[in-house]
Design a protein around this ligand. Structure first.
Ligand SMILES: NC(=O)c1ccc[n+]([C@@H]2O[C@H](COP(=O)([O-])OP(=O)(O)OC[C@H]3O[C@@H](n4cnc5c(N)ncnc54)[C@H](OP(=O)(O)O)[C@@H]3O)[C@@H](O)[C@H]2O)c1
Length: 328
């Protein structure tokens, strides 16, 4: 990252949290390309983020004093954009980061003049059962009640979360699916399409004070369709291994039971619960009346498709990033 940009017409001074994450990096690129003056609050030097035109400041987000002294530095800001998220999804981490750190930053931002907040959340919070989902919802509620202008963006699945099996297929192994591979579906959204969508929230008044589910372009895609496309791109006959969801239930129960005495296994039980959730819940808008996921009701944005991305990964033109919560 390089020197701070000067402000001009239409430019805002933007504080960004989570700038080193998958979507944070894409969002910083989009904000900088729109001419905003971007200050990223990061926990360690992150030149690897490689976003020219943004400034980074090292901050302990768990410490309000560090936020003010090292992050805000007595300056004025217009907008807070948060792509912050716990890396593990484990309860303590989620409550400290997805909730606590974001609450601290909201207060610090408001004190520094912020009047608008754009929050990256997740579509799965519409049916919460996991600790990190409750932590995200709790922060959404604090933000909505803050009186600041807000846009809460709840995206569907990211490409990295749907790319974890490419290497095993290249090694000649079958594609793993739960059940028949059609238990769930999602409308995958690319990092840059989502980054641009988040950056556009600064100027789009229609998106103010709204909670917005968002997916990528095209039809909803099942795990089976992902596997079929990957085999076609590799020029091989599709081969699937069907994993019963019951198996995950057994794993969760065993780990949770032993986890009462062994904390490390309690953490593994939560990770297994996260895996089970994504094995059985679609990343689409949930119809509150029918209780069913609705692909048609899930809005689309952008132009980059998962299958084009798969083709680029197979050709070696893109590297598949592993999702932190990838099941396989
Ligand atoms: N994966 C999906 O398919 C999917 C779908 C929909 C929504 N979402 C949601 O999208 C959000 C962002 O996802 P992502 O994949 O872009 O996240 P990510 O790559 O895991 O990035 C997380 C960001 O938060 C920062 N962070 C985490 N713990 C921190 C701490 N203790 N102190 C300071 N910074 C900390 C990370 O900094 P470091 O680089 O220093 O670790 C990083 O910048 C998450 O809320 C996720 O739930 C994900």
């Amino acid at each position: 990252m390089t020197a701070e940009r000067s402000e001009g017409a239409g430019q805002r001074r933007v504080l960004v949290l989570g700038a080193t994450g998958t979507i944070g990096r894409a969002t910083v690129r989009a904000l900088v390309s729109r001419g905003h003056a971007v200050v990223c609050l990061v926990r360690r030097p992150a030149g690897t983020a490689g976003v020219a035109g943004a400034t980074e400041r090292i901050v302990d987000l768990a410490d309000p004093l560090s936020l003010a002294r090292d992050g805000i530095r007595g300056e004025r800001f217009d907008v807070l954009v948060s792509c912050l998220a716990s890396r593990t999804g484990l309860p303590d981490d989620a409550w400290a980061i997805d909730y606590g750190a974001q609450v601290h930053a909201l207060h610090a931002g408001r004190a520094a003049g912020v009047t608008q907040v754009v929050l990256l959340s997740a579509i799965c919070v519409q049916k919460p059962s996991l600790a990190f989902q409750h932590a995200k919802l709790a922060f959404e509620a604090v933000l909505i009640a803050s009186g600041l202008d807000y846009t809460i963006v709840r995206p569907t699945a990211f490409f990295k979360s749907l790319s974890g099996q490419i290497d095993r297929l290249k090694r000649g192994k079958p594609f793993l699916v739960f059940g028949d591979g059609t238990l769930t579906a999602c409308k995958p959204i690319s990092d840059d399409d989502l980054g641009r969508y988040l950056a556009d929230c600064l100027d789009d008044r229609e998106r103010r004070n709204r909670v917005l589910p968002i997916g990528g372009p095209g039809e909803a895609i099942t795990p089976k369709a992902q596997g079929e496309r990957l085999f076609a791109l590799l020029g091989r006959e599709p081969r699937f291994t069907h994993v019963p969801v019951r198996l995950l239930d057994v794993i969760v129960t065993v780990l949770a039971t032993i986890g009462r005495w062994v904390p490390a296994l309690a953490a593994k039980a939560e990770l297994a619960r996260i895996g089970r959730y994504y094995a059985t819940e679609s990343m689409l808008v949930l119809d509150p009346v029918t209780g069913r996921y609705d692909a048609q009701a899930t809005p689309s944005t952008g132009s980059e498709t998962l299958f084009d991305y798969y083709a680029r990964v197979i050709r070696g033109e893109a590297a598949a990033e592993r999702g932190d919560h990838a099941v396989f």
